[in-house]
Design a protein around this ligand. Sequence first.
Ligand SMILES: [Mg+2]
Length: 217
Amino acid sequence: MTEIVDISHVRLRDRPLIVCDVDDVVLNFAAPFADYLRRGGHELLPRSFRLTGNIVSIETQIALEEAQVKGLIGSFFEAQEDWQMPFDLAVETLKTLGDDADVVFLTAMPPRYQEPRRRLLDRLGFDFPLVATLEPKGPVMHKLHAGRALPSVFMDDMAHNLHSVRDNVENCLVIHMMPDSPLHLLAPKPDDGIVRAMDWPHAESLIRTHIENVSHT
Ligand SMILES: [Mg+2]
């Protein structure tokens, strides 16, 4: 079933737009999720780039079924305030960029978990609007930016999200940023031409250069 994505709370001003993923870009996900699994007697084996089939009982080494994996991801998102921490300089960099651009978080998470995420982001100082949806990110960002002739930037750790935005939002700077978790090292690589930011200061310089270049053409 297609979900209707609620973006009515996002008010954009007449200035550049930065749409940013949350898990493994702003907040750690892979590392604390692995810790969370271990606490419950499970472990994630980095055998391939998927969770289902690779989360096993530590005792029996038997892989959990898909429904159990979904349940664990859901309960982790419920408990995220106790587990997820921001990456170095993420808050500071987004706050500085937020002086000259609108920042919006676009998180691939069932909308029912957005309350604990909102509280966590607020507590850490990330006071930017949040859109939580499992819909493809490109069409959602297209709807947000609505064809405005203003610079736009998208950041994510997943190739399919980067490709979705590249294919749906014209002239958007699409930035790949990811932790070197065992799972990410197995992830599909983004296409050539998608730039990788190694950390938040690097991302900031890529973003500022793009905004300047677009503003002067
Ligand atoms: Mg992510």
